[in-house]
Design a binder for this molecule. Structure first.
Ligand SMILES: Cc1cc2nc3c(=O)[nH]c(=O)nc-3n(C[C@H](O)[C@H](O)[C@H](O)COP(=O)(O)O)c2cc1C
Length: 408
């Protein structure tokens, strides 16, 4: 009984996949879990509270303003009296409400009132899943520490539709529940890891700066994935527009020199992972006032000086963490350049991402996008990873770091 006496609050959203929840309830209960359900109004169009209640052997909660329910349990208690909240199927609508903090019905209010972990199993048409709004909402929810299972690829319930958006099967959801509720020690418990992320901004004058296209998505996802494995993570982030990851101490800096100082202050650490796209150069002297455009005068010449190389500085420092990982965004000779970097920078691993136009994802795709294709270059050789989401790259890299740090 892997889930003996664990309390699961299952929120059922209004999608066709709601029928799979009946099986999910059975699978959770046969593993010993106590399952209580909240159904949205739309969910009740697909399966009845009668079926759900028969399978949970409990009252089914449907209405925020039900005086009897509020009297007996209430939305706050519903959210607190659970070890884990599972949203399945998570509709595009529920994901949007969660990402924006709506509390407009019982399901969304419970999700706002909870201090428990939340697992989301999205299910929707591939076009809805790939809609920029859903992509944004998913990234927000991941940064908030919400766990996801699925969706997978395959046939949709609507005839002739196929693609990504199919809800994870009940047994996959059960496995994700078991993992989230697993209280055995995590592989990176007690380990301190420093991660850098995002671009740096190098000022020209008080209003202008030199920057690059890095969004911070990959670095932030890595920090979150390491924290999920139990590490104490300090994330040093350049200026980004994404949220600080859940469960991670995040320090905000602007320039390469500030980033180096923050990294040095965060040492000692067991590992350092330098994902940030640090500007190689800065202007020789920042103008104290905004540089004026003067009619008839030539544009100002910017003299550049080299910024500190954070990876090389830490890679050769007496404070060097036991494991140093650098990222290299290359547009040519990816493997050779990355391998040369290993020794020059004192790194153990280089994660090389091909940002060339020929890579299929391209510079504006990798820098700013949600997908990545990387090669892991170490002294043992080169490992090619297939194209995947940045969250998946992060999870796989966190597992690799855990293996290196714990000898697994
Ligand atoms: C037949 C039918 C199937 C639907 N399937 C889905 C679905 O799989 N995923 C989804 O996000 N929305 C789906 N919808 C739309 C949702 O039911 C609708 O957005 C609803 O407002 C969701 O409410 P809820 O998020 O409160 O459950 C479907 C609608 C209909 C009529």
């Amino acid at each position: 009984m892997t889930l003996s006496d664990r309390r699961i609050l299952l929120i059922i959203g209004g999608g066709i996949a709601a029928y799979k929840c009946l099986d999910l309830i059975r699978r959770l209960r046969e593993r010993g879990a106590r399952v209580r359900c909240v159904m949205t109004a739309a969910a009740q169009e697909f399966v009845t509270p009668l079926s759900v209640g028969a399978l949970t052997a409990d009252h089914v909660f449907t209405d925020l303003f039900d005086r009897q329910d509020e009297h007996d349990v209430g939305h706050i208690r519903l959210s607190r009296e659970a070890d884990l909240i599972v949203v399945a199927p998570a509709t595009a609508d529920l994901m949007a409400k969660m990402a924006h903090g709506h509390a407009s019905d019982l399901a969304s209010t419970v999700l706002m009132a909870t201090d428990k972990r939340v697992l989301v199993a999205p299910a929707m048409n591939p076009r809805m899943w790939n809609h920029p709004a859903t992509v944004r909402n998913r990234a927000t929810l991941e940064a908030d520490g919400i766990a996801f299972v699925g969706p997978g690829r395959g046939e949709m319930a609507e005839s002739g539709e196929a693609g990504e958006g199919r809800m994870a099967e009940p047994l996959e959801i059960v496995a994700a529940v078991e993992t989230l509720l697993d209280e055995r020690p995590k592989p990176l418990a007690g380990k301190r890891i420093v991660v850098t992320s995002g671009p740096t901004h190098e000022p020209i004058d008080p209003v202008r700066y030199i920057a690059n296209r890095s969004s911070g998505k990959q670095g932030h996802a890595i920090a979150a994935a390491l924290a999920a494995l139990g590490a104490r993570v300090t994330l040093v982030s350049g200026p980004v527009t994404i949220a600080d990851p859940h469960g991670v101490e995040t320090l905000h800096v602007e320039t390469a020199r500030q980033m180096l100082a923050a990294v040095e202050a965060a040492l000692p650490a067991d590992a350092a992972i330098f994902v940030a796209a640090v500007a190689d150069w800065r202007t020789a002297g920042e103008a104290g006032e905004k540089i004026k455009k003067v009619a008839g005068e030539a544009p100002p010449a910017l003299r550049m000086v080299e910024n500190p190389d954070i990876l090389a500085t830490i890679g050769h420092s007496p404070q060097r963490p036991g494991l140093v990982v650098g990222f290299a965004a290359e547009t040519q000779n990816l493997a050779e350049n990355a391998r040369a970097k290993l020794d020059r920078k004192g790194a153990d691993l280089i994660v090389a991402n091909d940002v060339s136009h020929g890579s299929g994802i391209g510079p504006s795709g990798v820098m700013g996008g949600d997908r990545n294709r990387v090669r892991i270059v170490s002294r043992d050789g080169i490992e090619d990873w297939p194209e995947m989401t940045k969250a998946e790259v992060a999870k796989r890299l966190a597992a690799l770091v855990a293996g290196r740090l714990t000898g697994g």
